[in-house]
Design a protein around this ligand. Structure first.
Ligand SMILES: [Fe+2]
Length: 244
């Protein structure tokens, strides 16, 4: 990667005013093909290979997949960590959202994470990325590996009584960006087929880093059970154990 935030700077060459118009028209949701250049995708996929042995598999009603949380990525995924920390990328997403955004606080295992779909039937049912923070939480997804027929599907405008609901279906190809307000986009991932693989990077941004203590507990429990395991979410966030 060229410099500390090479891929972050490269990404923001996209014309934000056009994208913001599309984002608003689609109800706080936009997808951009080729947002991350192929060379930078290759570096991010290199990180995926580096952390593959650290993937935590979870299966709960409505969701089955593997995940790698932010604490592991900070240690072993330098290209991914530098992308999430990129000031240029944060500025770009702030302009896209139309309000100043911040990265999630350091203790949030879900701040930046990998979703790794490798087993037939891996999927997630329809949901909102509900914010437990005091205000909005935005999700940026970047496709990294997409050897699959599994798709990101959902419905636009479910929170807008003045607009007709509109289904969407996307194949999250390597380098594609999907950016949305988590509380406003109803979305799901259709089941993976045999011999397929899908890996997506997720980055979360907020308008207010504060979270009420009880909501933090609920958010951490959800992340531990549904995504990263108790060790990643609780022990490592609080520095109670060294990485293996
Ligand atoms: Fe989601």
């Amino acid at each position: 990667m060229a410099g500390d935030e090479g891929s972050g700077r490269a990404c923001v060459r996209a014309d934000v005013s056009d994208l913001r118009a599309r984002y608003l028209e689609q109800g706080d949701f936009v997808a951009v093909e080729g947002f991350v250049a192929p060379d930078d995708v290759a570096r991010l996929v290199g990180d995926v290979e580096r952390v593959r042995r650290r993937v935590h598999r979870s299966r709960v009603p409505g969701k089955r997949s593997g995940s790698v949380g932010w604490f592991t990525l900070q240690e072993e995924a330098p290209a991914i960590a530098s992308l999430y920390r990129s000031p240029a990328l944060l500025g770009f997403f702030s302009r896209l959202a139309g309000r100043p955004l911040q990265r999630c606080p350091a203790h949030d295992a879900h701040a930046c994470a990998l979703y790794v779909y490798t087993q037939p039937g891996d999927h997630i049912v329809g949901h909102y990325d509900t914010s437990f923070y005091r205000d909005a939480r935005y999700t940026a997804l970047v496709g990294l590996v997409n050897r699959t027929t599994s798709r990101l599907v959902g419905t636009l405008h479910t929170r807008d009584r003045d607009r007709a609901e509109e289904p969407f279906s996307l194949s999250t190809e390597p380098g594609m960006l999907v950016f949305f307000d988590g509380d406003r986009l109803w979305h799901a991932v259709t089941p993976l087929g045999p011999g397929e693989e899908r890996v997506v990077l997720t980055m979360q941004f907020v308008t207010d880093q504060r979270m009420a203590p009880f909501k933090r507990f609920v958010s951490d429990m959800k992340d531990a059970i549904s995504y990263f395991g108790f060790r990643e979410v609780f022990a490592r966030a609080r520095g109670w154990s060294a990485p293996p």
